[in-house]
Design a protein around this ligand. Structure first.
Ligand code: DHB
Ligand code: FE
Length: 287
């Protein structure tokens, strides 16, 4: 694949994340109005943090105008979901899951789509993929249990991830609708065995406004290769997590700051070129 096509496809992914967020599948539909007092408190403190930064670093008028232009571009490019999920969501995730005793979570990111096809019979199944799907085949086994050890036989594992070129179906063009997106109902003992392929590292689109910030600041645009999951069971807190692969150069400097040591997989290469991996989930009961 040429660089030119990759860049064009990546930019479309960013704008599609906004289209998805504002569509009828939007998570925003489920959000109730935020109370006035809370809006006032949070807006006042965020503005005051900005004022402090301006005073501390003596921000110039040129810098203020550059900021204004850039903020306008983020909206025009449709990159607010990318911006927020890369640079803000990890702290929202941190404060909202710090009470948990079970598995660690991670950010959802901009590319989740609910209701992916159900692919498991008794917990065993293969994610939708193309006949010639690239990437190391991966056989992932595990269980879903409660923090008290009870197997959760009515649990579901939703899995979505990028392909071997770093692209997500429904956000990059040219991919089958549900490619590398599946729902797996677990089997006896809460066990599952999911067949998929290893994703490639993902680069934040570099030719939109988020890319311009990255270039202007001299940062890099990479997230390490990752699998996204949502693990759910009635009566238990929804776990949204990402799993990472050892040895990825960006595990230590993920631009989205979403890697935790507990989320590293331990894949075992097999003679046929595939890899097997064990990773299980432990869910906290709803309080
Ligand atoms: C972004 C992309 C991801 O795949 C992810 O997991 C988190 C954030 C992003 O481009 O904002
Ligand atoms: Fe991702």
């Amino acid at each position: 694949m040429s660089d030119k096509i990759e860049v064009a496809t990546a930019a479309a992914s960013g704008a599609n994340a906004t289209a998805h967020f504002t569509s009828d599948k939007s998570p925003y539909d489920a959000v109730k109005e935020t109370p006035k007092e809370r809006v006032s408190l949070l807006a006042t403190e965020v503005l005051s943090a900005i004022h402090d930064t301006i005073r501390k670093h003596h921000v110039t008028y040129d810098e203020y105008i550059a900021l204004k232009a850039w903020l306008i571009e983020v909206g025009e490019d449709g990159e607010w979901p990318l911006f927020l999920d890369v640079w803000v969501e990890h702290v929202v995730e941190e404060v909202n899951t710090s009470h948990r005793q079970g598995s660690k979570g991670a950010i959802e990111g901009p590319y989740y789509v609910p209701n992916a096809p159900e692919r498991a019979t008794d917990g065993v199944g293969t994610i939708p993929m193309r006949d010639d799907e690239g990437g190391t085949p991966l056989v992932w086994t595990g269980t879903v249990t409660a923090v008290d050890g009870t197997p959760l036989e009515d649990a579901k594992v939703e899995l979505w991830h990028a392909d071997d070129d770093g692209f997500y179906s429904q956000f990059a063009p040219g991919l089958p609708e549900w490619n590398l997106r599946g729902t797996f109902s677990v089997g006896a003992g809460g066990a599952f065995e999911i067949h998929t392929v290893q994703p490639a590292p993902y680069q934040i689109p570099t030719d939109g406004s988020c890319g311009r910030l990255i270039a202007a600041a001299g940062w890099h645009a990479w997230r390490p290769a990752h699998l996204h999951v949502k693990v759910s069971a009635p009566g238990y807190e929804l776990l949204t997590a990402q799993l990472y692969f050892p040895g990825d150069p960006h595990n230590d400097d993920d631009i989205a700051q979403a890697v935790k040591p507990e989320l590293l997989l331990d894949p075992r290469p097999q003679p046929d070129g595939s890899a097997t991996v064990d990773y299980s989930f432990v869910l906290d009961p709803v309080a």
